[in-house]
Design a binder for this molecule. Structure first.
Ligand SMILES: *[C@@H]1O[C@H](CO)[C@@H](O)[C@H](O)[C@H]1NC(C)=O
Ligand SMILES: *[C@@H]1O[C@H](CO)[C@@H](O)[C@H](O)[C@H]1NC(C)=O
Ligand SMILES: *[C@@H]1O[C@H](CO)[C@@H](O)[C@H](O)[C@H]1NC(C)=O
Ligand SMILES: *[C@@H]1O[C@H](CO)[C@@H](O)[C@H](O)[C@H]1NC(C)=O
Ligand SMILES: *[C@@H]1O[C@H](CO)[C@@H](O)[C@H](O)[C@H]1NC(C)=O
Ligand SMILES: *[C@@H]1O[C@H](CO)[C@@H](O)[C@H](O)[C@H]1NC(C)=O
Length: 475
């Protein structure tokens, strides 16, 4: 199906049994998780509330996507500032999660948690560093978490899993390693579970405790693989605003020592990849998230694959940072000040599968818009509807993509990402196209969102710290 290179790769080693427990063998196969879009029929029946409310009104949909992205972006900046303040004072932590409003998460995955395995549906989010599930666990007197309310009746029954291992609050892991994941310092007895308190906007929260657990995943060779000691949050209490509408929790795909990504990738060659189909394709068409090496086979994909450095850790925390050099249109490098791309000077660029739109810091946004405007000046410009994320829209009747000079994002190491025109001059409504960039006031990170990433394969090598990308139909 998708990612032909992986499937070919797997055929070669077909029949190799996978045991990721004790001594890790060379990566034998890859893990494949289907990324199920919120609107996919595959989620229906199971949970009709997942469906996009505004699915039928195209313009509304863009406003909704933007609203969601903005919350996410705001939280990213806000949580960073907050974290800096926390470092200065020793006061009780009341942290703010970088994740935003998950009720409208875009992609879902089915995962099996615990032993025996229980099915859960999680929101896949590259901007989140904690994986958590709504969870029931009789942790008795050792547990100081007050009885809370779960927004969903479905929950992972931790007390029925033989592999569920509570992380004690007295452990080094709790006191030090997990402080980035908002562990609390409360520790009445050494065996009390290590708790977290994720604060969202509007004062809502997800509260629970950390545990190691076994996750079962489907492998590309059709077998089952197990991931051991995956850190998960057992969320005991959650309020509706923080709720993950239609899902049981979050699959944290961010970068970090205890994220699902790092755990899964370490068992499967240090790599994960995804390929996002055109965002306007039929809702039955699937994307996949693959953990494992997909680069072994020779095909057209690998011949056009480009590589650039992944900036991991540091200022951009659990996000996937890129070293952008500049943006060109029609082969001409635009005049954009270099500090825009520098994460140490308030800028920097993130590749984020969880944002839909692409956000450019103002000093980059303006030159890009100016240059694009010239190429469509012969089309009638529309005045912008209130609430629309886009500033420049035009009557696209008779529009010819071939007449638009191509935009390219250049990386410092020479690689160049040339998205298809439809990824940045996007269909917003019938006979209406808009420039798919949204300005953010400086200082800010620029964010390459998932529409800009469509029709490309993205391969994250966490060990080699490189990002490989290549055009692909993803089908
Ligand atoms: C979990 O999902 C798998 C398919 O992904 C299915 O075969 C299995 O029966 C499900 N198990 C439960 C307990 O629902
Ligand atoms: C509480 O912790 C102690 C020490 O590990 C353990 O023996 C006991 O079983 C725990 N109680 C519960 C209810 O988990
Ligand atoms: C949880 O897993 C980590 C490895 O990711 C390990 O270092 C730690 O000892 C485990 N803790 C428990 C309580 O199982
Ligand atoms: C991961 O662990 C290493 C060493 O254990 C530490 O140096 C590094 O800061 C940690 N990274 C994060 C993001 O916590
Ligand atoms: C999409 O999926 C539904 C249900 O699985 C099916 O009835 C329908 O024919 C599919 N449509 C296409 C275009 O494949
Ligand atoms: C766009 O232009 C075409 C041709 O000039 C015209 O027929 C159509 O009504 C215009 N569409 C809108 C939405 O203004």
């Amino acid at each position: 199906m998708l990612l032909v290179s992986c499937v070919v790769n797997v055929n070669v080693i077909h029949g190799v049994d996978v045991n990721v427990d004790s001594p890790p063998p060379p990566p034998p196969a890859a893990v494949r998780l289907e990324l199920i879009h919120r609107d996919s029929p595959k989620l229906h029946g199971q949970n009709d509330e997942t469906r996009s409310v505004h699915h039928h009104d195209q313009r509304q949909r863009w406003k909704e996507l933007h609203r969601r992205d903005s919350l996410r972006h705001h939280n990213l900046l806000y949580s960073r500032r907050r974290r800096d303040q926390e470092k200065e004072s020793d006061s009780f932590q009341m942290p703010m999660n970088s994740g935003a409003d998950y009720r409208n998460g875009e992609y879902f995955v089915h995962v099996q948690v615990g032993t025996p395995a229980q099915n859960v549906t999680l929101v896949a989010d590259t901007a989140s560093d904690l994986t958590w599930v709504n969870c029931k666990h009789g942790c008795g007197r050792n547990c100081s978490i007050s009885k809370g309310r779960l927004s969903s009746k479905r929950a992972f029954r931790a007390d029925r899993s033989s592999t569920f291992q509570v992380i004690p609050c007295s452990s080094h892991m709790c006191k030090s390693d997990l402080s980035d994941l908002f562990s609390l310092h409360r520790c009445p007895t050494p065996f009390t579970p290590c708790t977290y308190d994720y604060r969202y906007m509007q004062g809502s929260a997800a509260i629970g405790f950390f545990a190691n657990e076994t996750l079962s995943v489907d492998l590309t060779n059709g077998k089952k693989g197990e991931l051991h000691n995956v850190l998960i949050g057992c969320t005991k209490s959650i309020d509706n605003v923080a709720g993950v509408r239609g899902a049981d929790g979050i699959l944290g795909l961010g970068y970090g020592n205890y994220t699902f990504t790092t755990n899964a990738a370490s068992e499967f060659g240090g790599k994960f990849s995804y390929c996002l189909v055109d965002h306007l394709s039929h809702e039955n068409v699937s994307n996949y998230l693959i953990f494992g090496d997909c680069s072994g086979s020779e095909n057209t994909l690998s011949s056009s694959k480009r590589y650039t450095k992944l900036v991991l850790g540091g200022k951009l925390r659990s996000f996937y940072g890129l070293n952008v050099l500049g943006i060109s249109i029609g082969g001409i490098l635009l005049k954009i000040p270099s500090f825009v791309w520098d994460e140490n000077r308030g800028g920097g660029t993130i590749l984020d599968s969880g944002s839909s739109l692409t956000y450019l810091a103002l000093p980059a946004y303006e030159p890009v818009m100016d240059a694009l405007e010239k190429s469509v000046s012969k089309y009638e410009r529309f005045s912008v509807e209130q609430g629309s994320p886009f500033e420049y829209c035009f009557n696209s009747s008779g529009f010819d993509e071939a007449s638009v000079p191509r935009l390219a994002i250049h990386f410092e190491d020479g690689a160049r990402f040339e998205p298809p025109v439809k990824s940045y001059i996007i269909d917003v409504a019938d006979q209406e196209k808009c420039f798919g960039f949204v300005p953010v006031i400086w200082p800010a990170n620029s964010i390459i969102g998932n529409i800009m990433q469509q029709n490309h394969l993205w391969e994250f090598d966490l060990v080699g710290k490189t990002l490989g990308f290549a055009p692909s139909s993803c089908t």
